[in-house]
Design a protein around this ligand. Structure first.
Ligand code: GCW
Length: 672
């Protein structure tokens, strides 16, 4: 009796803490009822978290008893769980925690919890933070790092701990079980004793929520930090240095996850500096962490100015190494072959490496999709990629299935998302950016989920509370006037960005001088590396526009499996979305719609502008259902996005018109 009163008080205190600091994300406080939790006697922190979450979040039958059971169950994989009428069963404590969060999510979103097993699609579901030791965040648009501070006084404050705890809790609620806490453009300092002490402090806070800590490492650390003469992966002194470093880390963080490596990529040092291969480098690191069960995620984001088509290089470098990697190495591949553009075809590496573990990397932070200004729900983009058929092992070999172990016997499976978190009060800058963090976790757990369901869940958890507070809306009213239109807005939002920025397969035509925000198809300073300039990608000239990657061009198309390669190779069968990715076509090329290419291009840019204006109208109608702060914040962002969309349209149409020499159709809003 006394005990439950005390836990009630704790629950109230925790509720108030979150309510006050505004960091609730989709875990907003809501009315709860008592529940009795029966759980194995254990001093485990994870189990304590699971119990506490259930007690703090229960909205089911008042006074119900929920049993958490750890026992063998062949149907449960990794940290999956089984929901039964009596409670949650799992083979790991993490599984129990995820089952608890599933129960609470169902209660909160008005769904019946499905009895049966839920297994994660991927063993590792990871956020990658491009956070630098000085507190800045590469491609971060939500303030400084939540992990590192400029002054780097290594004292962990209670504010740090609260933040990390809320962060870990949010991750756990969607099944994210790992975090790489520093930038892939890694500073060697991260492996110094003083930084490792802070990494340990972070790991200690993330652990009770089942989030493992990983580090990105610089390949030349043995030289830069260790004072060795070389970082050659086959040099015995280098091997020894990494072994000692791994030991030092695991002594402090016994459940440390492992290393993420960007090597021989964008000027980063790597094995190729010593005439060695990616496999030589990855395997050396893999051997160093193997005794402790550690993992090496080796990125395949490689390109160089010498290659005539940047889109081809990763495949060319990595496919010949298939089967040469240790089994605790995973090759981490960006969803598209170039670089997180608003739309790319899937990377041809997916499914092509049949004897190597391969994982998708998505970008949650909106580097090329409008930073934290534009509203872009990225779930539809990831769903599109995961659902793309690679044909590598026959029809149905989707990116999802060739990476989650369904098609190939991968030793490890994983999915990574480049995080969009920062110190901003709402974590992600744009309130709807939270939905992308949420969606990433949900898709990593279940790569077959539909974006419509994810949007629906997120909106109910993130905004329904606000309607309750204002007591203005019945459920039916809220569903019709908030949930339905806002869900539609989210589902349309990424396509709108594609339309007003890079439609029909255009890519990499963003501004280089404004940190990749806004248009810049003309940017090509003399002596600049061609593969960094937009004209390299759009190839606009008097004859037409687009990158010829067909068999008569760079032949990147042949990196795809048949029948896809032939389909993409022919403009008549290539989907419109990828047309200018694969083809250089005349301005008067006849599109499937009957329009000329030029008119179709104009129509897409114009449509994007109108879509954003529609989003503004949709959002304006939601005022009765949203608290004033979030209503105004999103309204302002949409206003800015609307201006940005017009700028994209006007700039791109006027720029391309210099080549097409064709009039902008009367149906299109004329440039300002
Ligand atoms: O998208 C590009 C970014 C770089 C990033 C790089 C990468 C971390 O512009 O900022 O560096 O990709 O993924 O390594």
């Amino acid at each position: 009796m006394k005990k439950s009163f005390l836990s009630f008080l704790f629950a109230v205190a925790a509720f108030q803490l979150r309510a006050e600091d505004g960091h609730q994300l989709w875990l907003r406080p809501h009315a709860t009822v008592p529940v009795t939790v029966v759980a194995p006697a254990s001093r485990s922190v994870l189990l304590a978290t699971a119990k506490q979450e259930l007690q703090q979040g229960w909205q089911g039958n008042a006074g119900a008893t929920v049993t958490l059971t750890l026992k063998k169950d062949k149907a449960i994989r990794y940290d999956g769980y089984r929901i039964s009428p009596s409670g949650v069963q799992a083979v790991t404590e993490r599984g129990l925690l995820y089952g608890v969060f599933e129960l609470i999510r169902c209660q909160q979103t008005g769904q019946a919890a499905q009895a049966g097993v839920s297994n994660p699609s991927y063993e590792y579901r990871l956020l990658n933070h491009w956070d630098n030791p000085d507190g800045s965040v590469e491609r971060g648009y939500a303030g400084q790092s939540i992990f590192w501070r400029k002054d780097s006084s290594f004292v962990t404050t209670s504010r740090d701990k609260t933040l990390w705890q809320e962060y870990a809790r949010a991750n756990a609620s969607v099944g994210i079980n790992g975090a790489v806490v520093n930038n892939v453009n890694a500073s060697p300092r991260i492996l110094s004793a003083e930084y490792l002490a802070r990494v340990k402090a972070i790991a200690d806070v993330l652990r009770p929520y089942g989030v493992k800590t990983f580090l990105a490492v610089k390949f030349s650390s043995p030289v830069l930090l260790g004072g060795l003469k070389t970082a050659d992966p086959l040099d015995p002194a280098v091997v020894k240095w990494w072994q000692a470093k791994a030991k030092e880390i695991y002594q402090q963080i016994p459940d440390f996850g492992g290393f993420l490596v960007k090597a021989s990529s964008e000027g980063q040092p790597g094995p190729q500096d010593y005439g060695r291969t990616h496999a030589d480098g990855a395997n050396m690191l893999a051997d160093a962490v193997r005794p402790y069960g550690g993992l090496v995620m080796w990125r395949a984001f490689v390109y160089s100015p010498s290659d005539k088509d940047r889109a081809k290089q990763a495949y060319n470098e990595f496919v010949p190494l298939d089967g040469k990697f240790r089994d605790n190495v995973i090759i981490q591949v960006k969803n598209g072959p170039v670089d997180f553009q608003p739309r790319e075809p899937f990377s041809p590496l997916f499914g092509a490496m049949k004897k190597t573990s391969v994982m998708p990397e998505f970008q949650i932070t909106q580097e090329y999709l409008g930073h934290s200004i534009d509203l872009a729900f990225l779930s539809t983009m990831w769903e599109e990629c995961l659902g793309s058929d690679t044909y590598q092992a026959g029809p149905g070999s989707t990116v999802a299935r060739v990476t989650d172990g369904s098609v190939y016997p991968q030793k490890h499976t994983a999915m990574a998302g480049v995080a969009n978190t920062g110190l901003d009060r709402n974590w992600t800058g744009q309130d709807f950016g939270q939905a992308n963090w949420y969606a990433f976790g949900r898709l990593a757990w279940n790569n077959q989920l539909k974006s419509a369901q994810i949007a629906d869940e997120w909106l109910k958890q993130t905004f329904a509370g606000a309607a309750d507070q204002q007591a203005t809306a019945s459920a039916a009213d809220w569903n019709a006037n908030f949930l339905a239109p806002v869900t539609q807005m989210m589902l349309d939002s990424r396509e709108a960005v594609v339309n007003y920025s890079m439609p029909l397969g255009l890519h990499h035509i963003m501004s280089a001088t404004h940190d990749h925000y806004g248009p810049g198809p003309w940017w090509a300073p003399p002596k600049m590396r061609a593969d960094w300039t937009p004209p390299y990608y759009h190839q606009a000239d008097a004859q037409g526009v687009g990158f010829n990657r067909t068999t008569t061009g760079s032949n990147a198309v042949s990196q795809y499996h048949e029948p896809l390669a032939s389909q993409l190779n022919d403009p008549a069968t290539c989907p419109d979305e990828y047309l200018l990715w694969f083809h250089h076509l005349p301005w008067d090329f006849k599109m499937k719609s009957g329009n000329t290419l030029w008119n179709e291009l104009c129509a897409h840019y114009d449509k994007g502008v109108h879509q954003v204006r529609q989003f503004q109208q949709t959002w304006d109608q939601t005022r009765p259902y949203v608290d004033a702060e979030r209503f105004a914040a999103v309204q302002n962002k949409l206003r800015a996005q609307s201006g940005a969309a017009v700028l994209w349209k006007d700039a791109c149409l006027l720029y391309f018109q210099q080549f097409s020499k064709l009039p902008i159709p009367a149906s299109v809003e004329p440039p300002m």
